[in-house]
Every structure is written in structure tokens, then in C-alpha cells.
Write a protein that binds this ligand. Sequence first.
Ligand SMILES: [Zn+2]
Ligand SMILES: [Zn+2]
Length: 298
Amino acid sequence: MQCDKCRREAVLFQEYSGQHLCKQHFEADFERKAKHEIRSHHWLSPGDHIAVVLPGDANSSALLCFLKKLTSSRRDIQISAISVDEGRRDYRDPGIAQGITGLPGVECIRVSFAEKTGMTADEIADWKGIVLAGTYCRVIRNYLLNKTAIERGVTKLSSGDDLDDMAVSVMKNILQGNPEILIRTDLTGPGKIPVIHPFIAIPKKEVALYSALCAGSNDIFRRPFTSGPFETDVREMLDNFTLRHPATKYALMNLKKNLESTCFTKVDSVHTCERCGEPAEGICVSCRIIDEVTSHGS
Ligand SMILES: [Zn+2]
Ligand SMILES: [Zn+2]
């Protein structure tokens, strides 16, 4: 198949646009979309130190590559990687994360569950059971990412979340009846490092292709958490549905954007956790989990 914009060989067919694209035109289209998200959300400011969160499958390597390219002429912007070692037997140590950062000038910041909380993810699973451990580990991971970012002068964390991840999250919250997560924009405030998602409007398939073409890697990492069965079902359902209705995931992303802009004032007025500022009455669930784990681990 030939590219619809030139005569070179196509590397991708975009179902939602009906276009075949060659490597050059695909990369240009991909980077244009990511830059558009960054601009429209004001995700890049002079003097920023952005840390890409590892590991996160092929998305991390694509994201590092893209951000380095984007900021190559910006001396005032620093790009790092940040990796949380949960201490799991069945999961390769993110020490291999050092490999991914084989880009010049990219430092890999490390933080470990065991050092900071006194417990590994495996010990939490033995203590709480595998189902609860998923929630506990996610909370601790986010807490450690934020805390380490503050300590290391990181101004923004960057996640490789893509259109598929966003669509699954929106659909999951609809099916579980959680409106507050749908209408909540990423909260920033004192003590909360903003998280940016430059690939949020790009399908997972294209992020994987960009990673393979630009970063020379594909699916180096598995995600640190196995999704629960509910999320896996939602992902499968959406993937099947999208085969017949290619714009579905974009529609879900737009739904969230529209809900955020129309409902934001309501969310603004809810009670917030007295410690971390998340919406909650009194002390939030996350802060309680951190307390419980650190006191058990010490
Ligand atoms: Zn072309
Ligand atoms: Zn809290």
C-alpha cells in the first residue's frame, strides 16, 4: 500500500481518518497531535523539568523519544525518567529502565517501595490479598512518584497514557457509576505535581508503532499492575466495538472533555483531604493507606 500523501510505502492505515501513511507522514501526524495536546493544555513552560514515568510498556520509550525531540533546542527544559521499584518477584526489576533511557542526557530517578515504606508489593499482597494489593500498590506508587518528584525538583510528571487508556477509564467509570472521576480534571495544588499526558489523543496502536520506529523498541515493559477483570472486559469490549465504529474512543475522550468543562465549578467546591488536597471528607483513602502501610512496614 502507498502513502496517501506521497508515493512511499505505507506503514499504517488509520481507520478513523481513512488514510494510509508512510513512516515520515505518520511521524509528522503523530507529533502534530501530541504537540496539539501539549499546547492546548499549556503542558510545557519555560524552565520545566519533566520526568517520564517508567515503566509503562512501549508508551514510555515513545514518550521519552518524543519529548527529547520536542525539546532538543530548549536548553531551559530538562527531561528525566522516573522509575518505581515495587519489589515484585514475578516482575523484572525496573533496573532495566536504565536501558530505556539510553538517550543522552536522560537521567533515571529511582525510588523503591521497600526503602520508602518498609514493604514490597509482594509483602503487601501476602498481607492484604491480591485484590486489595492492586489498590494499595497504585496508591503507594502515585504517592512515591509525587514525593520523589518534589524532592528532585521535577515540575511535571509525564505519563504515556494513550487514547485507549483514556477511553477505557471513561467507559469503566460510566459502567461503575462514578461521575466524580469523569468530571474531574487533574487536580493540581500545593504539594501536587501535575501529570501530563501528551499521547492522550493517540490510539495505542500508533504509540506502539511510533515507539518501534523512533525508539527502536516495542513493548519492552509490561505494565506494573495487572488490570482487574472489570477493566480487562471493558478494554476488550471497546476494542471490538471500535472495529465497527472507529471513532468510538475519540467520542469517549470528547465526552470527558465536555463534562469537565461544563461541570468543573461543581467539583471545585467539594471537600478536600486535609493532607493531600484530593476530594474527600477528612483524611482521604489514599492517605490512610499510606499511613497503614508505613506503620505496618516499620
Ligand atoms: Zn508519505
Ligand atoms: Zn489525602
